[in-house]
Design a protein around this ligand. Structure first.
Ligand SMILES: NC(=O)c1ccc[n+]([C@@H]2O[C@H](COP(=O)([O-])OP(=O)(O)OC[C@H]3O[C@@H](n4cnc5c(N)ncnc54)[C@H](OP(=O)(O)O)[C@@H]3O)[C@@H](O)[C@H]2O)c1
Length: 258
């Protein structure tokens, strides 16, 4: 959103410093583009550099699954941005298995590291700076799969469910410090990661009725990365200044909830 102040154009997030994990493609890249369009300065991350990192964003290579990765990202945020006003935890995902008991131990740990503990670790490094400044906004990206947990993805949905619970609890702890914390929960969205996962799922050869890899949503289409990014941008803007601890489900009506 652009407003005119004293005859000159002011972009909504001008002067804000934003960090987005997993911004090299898919939902994360759309969030980065929309933040840049809104005037924010943006640093994004992924395990590998790619030509699809939006132009205009600074980029750091790091694996969010490890404490060392979180530390590298926090150090880059300090060096490049000088602090973080907007923190979007987007990196996530998991590969499906034939059922809960087929998920190897190390995949449970990996799903927890990527989809839950990555946020906990990075928040613990960046929240103190927000507390010092008395302001900040955090968005955790969950998944509508939490609302219909299924065997092939239980490692993923259990980790995202933990993330949602953590996000809500953190919002209560940080509200007195002027920091808002919310969750965005996407439904099936057309991204490189989402498409690859659904293809793997369809190939698992599950019994009829045990996969919805081919379904669509009540609104008749899958989500686009920008559909999810619009929700993130709203939550990080001052238009959402009285919203904390919320979970915005953006899923084309597939899993309606209040
Ligand atoms: N697409 C959907 O249908 C859907 C539905 C519900 C929820 N979501 C959630 O939305 C978020 C984004 O999903 P997406 O579909 O846009 O995924 P995507 O297309 O696979 O993109 C994921 C991004 O995260 C990065 N990433 C993955 N693992 C990482 C790691 N260990 N360390 C650092 N960066 C990592 C990837 O880059 P590198 O691979 O180079 O590291 C990439 O930039 C995820 O949290 C996902 O769970 C997606």
């Amino acid at each position: 959103m652009t407003t005119i102040e004293n005859g000159s154009e002011k972009r909504e997030l001008a002067g804000k410093r934003a960090l987005v994990t997993g911004g090299s493609r898919g939902i994360g890249a759309a969030v980065v583009r929309q933040l840049l369009d809104a005037g924010a300065e943006v640093l994004t991350t992924a395990r590998s550099a790619s030509s699809t990192v939006p132009e205009g964003a600074a980029f750091v290579t790091a694996d969010v699954r490890t404490r060392a990765g979180a530390k590298a990202i926090a150090a880059a945020a300090q060096e490049v941005l000088g602090g973080v006003d907007i923190l979007v935890h987007n990196a996530g995902g998991a590969q499906p298995y034939k059922g809960a008991s087929a998920i190897p131990d190390e995949e449970w740990q990996e799903a927890l590291d990527l989809n839950y503990l990555a946020s906990v670790r990075l928040d613990s490094l960046l929240v103190p700076g927000m507390q010092d400044r008395g302001s900040g906004v955090i968005v955790h990206v969950s998944s509508a799969a939490v609302l219909a947990p299924a065997g092939p993805f239980l490692h993923y949905t259990a980790a995202k469910a933990a993330l949602e619970n953590y996000s809500r609890g953190l919002s209560l702890e940080l509200a007195p410090h002027g920091i808002r914390v919310n969750t965005v929960t996407p439904g099936r969205t057309a991204t490189p990661g989402g498409e690859a996962t659904r293809e793997q799922w369809a190939r698992l050869d599950l019994a009829p009725g045990r996969t919805n890899a081919d379904d669509t949503t009540p609104l008749g289409r899958d989500g686009r990365p920008d559909d999810i990014a619009h929700a993130v941008l709203f939550l990080v803007s001052d238009r959402a200044s009285w919203l904390t601890g919320s979970n915005l489900v953006v899923d084309g009506g597939e899993f309606p909830r209040g």
